[in-house]
Design a protein around this ligand. Sequence first.
Ligand code: PLP
Length: 361
Amino acid sequence: MARPTRAILNLDALRHNLGVARAAAPNTQVMAVVKANAYGHGALTIARALEPMVDALAVAAIEEALALREAGVAARILLLEGPFSADELTLCAVHNFAVVVASEQQLLWLEAATLPVPVTAWMKIDTGMHRLGVAPELAGDFHRRLRDCPNVADEVVSCTHFASADELDGGQTREQLALFERVTATLPGPRSTANSPAVLAWPAAHYDWIRPGYMLYGDSPFAVPQANADQLRPVMTLRSEIIALRDVPAGETVGYGATWRAARDSRIATVTVGYGDGYPRTAANGTPVLVRGQRAALAGRVSMDMITVDVTDIALVAIGDEAVLWGEGLPVGEIARHAGTIGYELLTRMPARTPRLAVGH
Ligand SMILES: *Cc1c(COP(=O)(O)O)cnc(C)c1O
């Protein structure tokens, strides 16, 4: 008695994927990245499932960290962009949030603060991404100021972020690693560089802490097969059901703008999922949809609440049959390529409207 459109979350797959990260990088601590509502899956569900199994969590901003704390998540949490204003530092100290310190401005806030307890600092070095971080030639002095700052607890972690780690033969990653190694070789404290593709394919990047995000949700960050990535299992399966079926004669068109024309007499299934549920409107004619476990092809433009699928070649299709839009048996990254984007974006922009249903334990 409700619309059958759901994002099923397989928490056993989540734990399996964490195991893939640990097996690929056996001697490191693991910081699981749960920013952007855990890549659209639901931050609290994912954080609660991962908390007992990881060494820390990471989010983009303090409001994400506070929401987890207020819901009872006790893990250490890192703010990946650091504080956005000086007054956030007091909350970080109170709630045990570690902060990235990536600019002179953020360091000055930290040096000028009066905190109830010190905070853990992750110094971010700009090794070539040119988005955030301290210039390599300034990193030694910056690190010394952090160590000397009474508001800074523990050891200072040195970190950087890769621009192209998903390119398996990437020269840029090799250059960034060499620069990071040169700048940090003499600095005390732990080091961290690896996002998902580096966890899976760049062992030299593992250091003391890995920071997997996307891979935990079970899709490969690579465009080509890769042994570790190919073991991942999708956490989210976006599924719905067929609510109508019709025969469309050759020559007729389907959907808004009449972008799909039947080349033969066709059987068209209408599935109740659309861009209002997170299925991308840019998905092109021919994008695969699983119907009765078989691949059918999107036929016509994606509507807000419905899509139309050519099921002519699938036997025994009936109203009420399940349709899988991505997830088990159909990688979200593949759908993303048909829609001109990446799986990260499709997952992250999943709207609140689509019910999440966690299974597994
Ligand atoms: C988002 C993010 C990650 C995780 O990246 P994935 O490609 O999703 O694994 C790691 N480190 C930083 C700094 C990030 O912002």
